[in-house]
Unconditional design. Sequence first.
Length: 165
Amino acid sequence: MKKTLNWKRGTFSTTYRIFSDEQAIGELQNSAFKQTSQGSIGRKKYTFRTKGLFKQETQILDGNSNKPVGNITYGSMMTKATIQLPDRTVSWKYDNRWQTRWSLFDEQGSLMKFAGRSTKGTIDCEELDELLVLTGLFITNYYQQAMIAVFVAVFIPIWVTVFNN
């Protein structure tokens, strides 16, 4: 049975709140300055721990036992990612040029469709998989932060040069 969830995030907030029928069911807390994010949905908790400098990977840990439950590797063009779980591999990708739609899929087809902008959106899924809901939002946030870092690295030196002359 198809299920639609909603997510919201304040303009300057690092926390995604996840809703089902307008009732809060979970959240994902990211940090711009830490390599660790915490997520919970239903009764399940997960930790996302990112490692590396240039070729980063994120380890997904069970929030209660702290044992690994998956791993995320990122594509070089910041449009795709691979989620390796113990029993399957799931792919993440942007579905449009404006990066307002993205999806999770495996070899059998689409698992979840996400849509939204920076502060709110929807998640459509055939079967509610709590880990994948959180992971889909985590990867999107990861790429948004990476884009901001690239923007700052490129445009701050230009701005400084222009205004110092």
